[in-house]
Design a protein around this ligand. Structure first.
Ligand code: GLA
Length: 399
């Protein structure tokens, strides 16, 4: 039986020299600097951000790096060490569909920031080195846009004093309006606003954040990249979002955040939701998930490992059965981690593939990974990959 594959984070030092050299080879001049932004996992609070609810993400030590040089002609020249396709064009012409693919996440940020300072101000030569696993539901796309977002903020005189909340909003617009993924803002918020060694309690009603300490020193978060393809730009994610909006509309609410579990039990509420296809189940997930986030924060404060684990597993059940965004690979990962003794496990991120997480005793991480690896082989699934997630620092300048 083969051994599990691990995906350790790169250190800044490992990346910056070779990336700077590659920038010089490509653009024939030194970059102004190198910036980086982390991917994320979400401990709990899934599909709640676009419902003005709660989430509890943490920044990964895995980061996307961007070597960048400011240009004063409003032109973007974009390249990546991981992608063959490059893109070149004026910021003023960036819109949904132009460019497509990975460069939409970069060009989209410049486009969103151009609304503040003018398109001629946000020209950039960029070479990206993405060290967040791609397509794993670990927000490599948010890491990409945020790495370029912090570069532009530092390089463009008119952006230097911009509050971080506005930079988050620009990165969200890039994803929503240019890349065409209707995501909810959790990923960009944690990538730009993470606090080292803390989780971030996000209240998506006003996008305020509260750092939450990791109080379980004997446990850590094992991430299982199922290698099942994950893409948010396809229809399922957006469909869930539209169902939630239709449900809030049917109830005359601004968002599902205003709905409590108690209200959800009322006959008039159930009747109204009955008219929205799948409405009752989808809404039940959102309402109970918001409660689980707050419950988990309380359990962390009380260092109640079992309760943290139970809430994580309950979140998975709800995402699988009520929200229907899990898949065979995620269910196998969660089931195998629990069977191997993890106090809790769940899918993380948008779902339909991507990654699962498990709360695991530090001295059992290897054993649990092996058990999950074995379960995938027995189920005839492509071998997963593993990483451990300790809460890391936010996006910023590296050199
Ligand atoms: C993706 C989106 C986030 C969030 C999660 C689900 O990661 O980018 O905004 O909606 O899915 O919680």
């Amino acid at each position: 039986m083969s051994e599990p594959t691990w995906l350790p984070p790169a250190t800044d030092a490992e990346v910056t020299d070779s990336l700077t050299q590659a920038f010089v080879d490509r653009f024939s001049s030194l970059p102004d600097g190198v910036w980086a932004a982390p991917g994320r996992v979400n401990l709990i609070g899934e599909h709640t951000d676009y419902n003005a609810g709660f989430a509890l993400p943490l920044a990964l030590p895995h980061r996307t790096y961007a070597a960048a040089r400011w240009r004063d002609d409003g032109i973007l020249r974009l390249a990546s060490l991981q992608q063959e396709r490059t893109w070149e064009g004026p910021v003023a012409q960036v819109r949904h569909g132009n460019p497509r693919g990975w460069s939409a996440y970069v060009a989209g940020v410049a486009r969103a920031l151009a609304d503040r300072v003018g398109a001629s101000e946000v020209g950039l030569d960029v070479l990206v080195d993405g060290r967040v696993p791609l397509g794993s539901g670990l927000s490599s796309s948010a890491a990409l846009s945020c790495s370029v977002g912090v570069a532009l903020r530092d390089l463009v005189p008119g952006l230097r004093t911009m509050p971080v909340e506005e930079l988050v909003a620009a990165c969200v617009r890039a994803e929503n309006e240019v890349a065409g993924a209707a995501t909810g803002g959790m990923d960009q918020t944690v990538s730009l606003r993470a606090v080292d060694e803390h989780l971030l309690l996000l209240d998506a009603r006003d996008f305020s954040v509260v750092p939450v300490a990791w109080t379980l020193p004997e446990h850590e978060v094992l991430v299982i990249d199922t290698r099942a393809h994950h893409s948010l730009a396809d229809g399922q994610y957006e469909q869930r979002r539209r169902t939630c909006e239709a449900a809030a509309d049917a109830l005359g609410l601004r968002s599902l955040r205003e709905l409590s579990a108690e209200l959800l039990g009322e006959p008039r509420v159930r009747t109204a939701l009955g008219a929205v296809p799948d409405g009752l189940r989808r809404v039940r997930h959102v309402v109970t998930e918001n409660e689980r986030v707050l419950g988990l924060v309380a359990a962390l404060r009380e260092q109640d490992t079992d309760r943290v684990g139970r809430l994580m597993t309950a979140s998975h059940t709800s995402l699988r059965d009520d929200y229907e965004v899990s898949c065979a690979e995620l269910d196998v990962a969660v089931g195998a981690a629990l069977a191997a003794g993890a106090p809790g496990a769940r899918m993380t991120g948008g779902g339909f593939g991507g990654s699962a997480i498990a709360l695991v005793r530090r001295d059992e991480v290897e054993d649990v990974a092996r058990a999950v690896h074995r379960a995938f082989a027995e189920a005839d699934l492509t071998a997963p990959a593993f990483l451990t997630a300790y809460p890391s620092r936010p996006a910023g300048r590296v050199t």
